[in-house]
Design a protein. Structure first.
Length: 195
């Protein structure tokens, strides 16, 4: 075999090896880029779901406890009026109680979806003690605690005052118990998404 043929074979093999190697490296780079893009998209999706559940869950809790308060309010108005057989307040008390019970089911479904999203967040984002603590604070929502319930010896004015104060307190309780832990996690995730 002549030297010229050896040079041609060696240069052809070298070119082939370089072409295969560059193709393989391009493939790896493409796969890596696609994986990063996909992970970023999934992280954005989980983040946006978290924001949506924050809004929905807050409103559901406020609506549920307001319905409970309105049920108590109308029940005690009915009792203050001597518990007449035909009473709009008695009907309203039942209506609001049913609404409150219906909202419990909706809250349960929304909490389940929120927890699923938290699971995805814990998989997709870098595992840090801060992420664990922030998500655990959501997994372990505190129970909402209310002031005393109405008393039968109250006047209609006292009952009305109790209702207004209780509704205002519910909004503050939901803000501190439901929205704040989710807000803290969303702020954390915003910083992570910018890196």
């Amino acid at each position: 075999m002549s030297n010229e043929l050896k040079v041609v074979i060696i240069s052809s093999l070298g070119t082939l090896i370089i072409a295969l190697l560059s193709g393989y490296l391009s493939y790896l780079w493409g796969v890596s880029s696609q994986k990063k893009f996909y992970n970023h998209q999934m992280r954005l999706k989980a983040y946006s779901e978290l924001i949506g559940y924050r809004q929905l869950l807050s409103q559901l809790f406020v609506s549920r406890y307001e319905a409970f308060i309105f049920s108590d309010y109308h029940e005690y108005r009915w009792k203050i009026q001597g518990s007449p057989k035909e009473s709009i307040d008695q009907k309203e008390a039942f209506r609001w109680m049913h609404k409150s019970e219906d909202l419990v089911l909706e809250i349960s479904r929304t909490v389940q979806k929120l927890f699923e999203t938290l699971g995805v967040i814990r998989v997709l984002f870098k595992q840090t003690p801060e992420l664990k603590e922030l998500s655990d604070n959501i997994y372990n929502f505190k129970t909402l605690k209310f002031e005393k319930r109405p008393q039968q010896n109250w006047t209609l004015e006292e009952l009305e005052e109790w209702k207004l104060k209780a509704v205002s307190n519910v909004q503050h309780l939901v803000e501190g118990t439901i929205r704040d832990p989710i807000n803290k996690l969303t702020f954390y995730l915003e910083k992570e998404l910018q890196q």
